[in-house]
Ligand binder design. Structure first.
Ligand SMILES: [Zn+2]
Length: 69
C-alpha cells in the first residue's frame, strides 16, 4: 500500500533490518536492489532516493526483542 504520492522522480528506499534494502520505483512500482540512475524496469530517470519510514515498524518490533536503548 502506498499512502504517499511521489511528485519527484526518486526511488523510495525501503530499509529492512533482516534483508537487503530495496528501492521502489514510484512510476512502475518495480523493486530494484540499488538506486539506479534510471529505472531498469520502466526507464524513468531518477534523482535519487527517498527514505521510506516504513522500516520503523520493523525496528520497533526488533526493539521488543533486543531492547538495547
Ligand atoms: Zn520504474
Amino acid at each position: 500500500m502506498s499512502a504517499r504520492k511521489k511528485s519527484c522522480g526518486c526511488w523510495t528506499q525501503r530499509t529492512h533490518l533482516l534483508r537487503a534494502d530495496e528501492y521502489i520505483c514510484p512510476f512502475c512500482g518495480g523493486s530494484a536492489d540499488k538506486p539506479y540512475v534510471t529505472c531498469p524496469f520502466c526507464g524513468h530517470s531518477m534523482e535519487g532516493s527517498d527514505y521510506d519510514p516504513s522500516w520503523v515498524d520493523e525496528a520497533e518490533m526488533l526493539d521488543i526483542f533486543f531492547d538495547d536503548k
